[in-house]
Design a protein around this ligand. Structure first.
Ligand code: SER
Length: 318
């Protein structure tokens, strides 16, 4: 039997698709999905599932022992926009869960950890265009503060206790299977759903807000590639910059209009505009590209094609 893998936060936007991919690689029975609530039919029916609150150390220990888990993917987190509403809760969830998993690796109960960071570690004083790996990091959101602190805890545990923890600074992730919840980049998912359902979209960011984005399949590929890379290739143990492409709401709308000429968009920026304005326009991910051969494959127009086709099919099936 292969070493078991535990995914914490398996029912979220990234967790759902990551779990399915991990099951296809390591075998369904070897990948344990967990979350505070049940997830999609595909996720629930394809392998083991446990209800776990990612801040409950005792429960995590119990499940790790039960299945002899050796790798943990920690996807449970409160995202940027929701975290601004519940800052203390966000800090508690984002930091406690990481601390529990890092301790398990320090005690050699588990061998490897994946933990995502985000473009939210950057702030308005960071360079905006092709933001480099190492630069000014002055985040203004509680989500960004938690991710930046987490990155340095990961690095500390790697240096001082030899913990094999790996991390990516995800850009906005776009997908159609499971909706994101509570992020600032979520418009780039909502816009496609509303385009298919209503033919129009009311955007909570202004038309020229440029943000780094990535289609889900690329994000999953990058995650697996990083986790499978030989340890000596993983030279950055805070978190790697990662990028697909960058776009504005206006450019996404133009891409949709190529398929749906009648699509209409209005712009009504809300509190999330300020968060978006503090983040990079684009990311320089050359370390990921040189250290472990990262290469993205999906750009805006291809993503639009995939999103519209799949959403139309799933709406049609309802
Ligand atoms: N997509 C996340 C958010 O918008 C950023 O990592 O909160």
């Amino acid at each position: 039997m292969a070493d078991a893998v535990l995914v914490l936060g398996a029912c979220g936007q990234i967790g759902t698709e990551l779990t399915i991919r991990l099951r296809s690689i390591y075998g369904n029975a070897n990948v344990i999905a967990s979350d505070i609530k049940e997830g999609s039919k595909e996720l629930m029916e394809s392998g083991p599932f446990e209800i776990i609150d990612a801040t409950d150390a005792q429960k995590i220990h119990e499940i790790v022992r039960k299945y002899q888990v050796k790798k943990v993917y920690l996807l449970a987190a409160m995202l940027s926009a929701t975290a601004e509403k519940y800052p203390k809760k966000a800090w508690h969830l984002n930091m406690t869960s990481l601390s529990i998993v890092l301790d398990l690796a320090k005690e050699k109960v588990i061998d490897q950890i994946y933990w995502p960071s985000s473009i939210a570690v950057f702030g308005s004083t960071s360079p905006k265009v092709r933001t480099p790996q190492s630069t000014i990091l002055e985040p203004s959101t509680v989500y960004g503060i938690s991710k930046l602190s987490g990155e340095y805890w990961c690095n500390y545990f790697h240096i001082n206790y030899g913990v094999d923890v790996r991390s990516l600074r995800y850009p906005g992730i776009v997908s159609w299977k499971t909706q994101p919840g509570g992020g600032t980049t979520d418009y780039a998912v909502d816009i496609y759903l509303q385009a298919v359902k209503e033919g129009k979209y009311d955007c909570f960011l202004s038309e020229d807000t440029r943000l780094p984005m990535m289609y889900m399949d690329d994000a999953i590929d990058a995650t697996i590639q990083l986790m499978e890379a030989a340890a000596e290739k993983v030279k950055i143990r805070t978190s790697y910059n990662l990028s697909g492409f960058d776009c504005t709401p206006k450019e996404v709308a133009a891409s949709i209009k190529k398929h749906m000429p009648g699509f209409q968009i209005n712009y009504n920026p809300d509190f999330r505009q300020q968060i978006a304005d503090s983040w990079p326009n684009s990311i320089d991910d050359s370390f990921a590209r040189t250290h472990w051969n990262w290469n993205h494959s999906i750009d805006l127009d291809e993503m639009t094609n995939i999103m519209l086709t799949n959403i139309k099919e799933s709406v049609f099936q309802l």
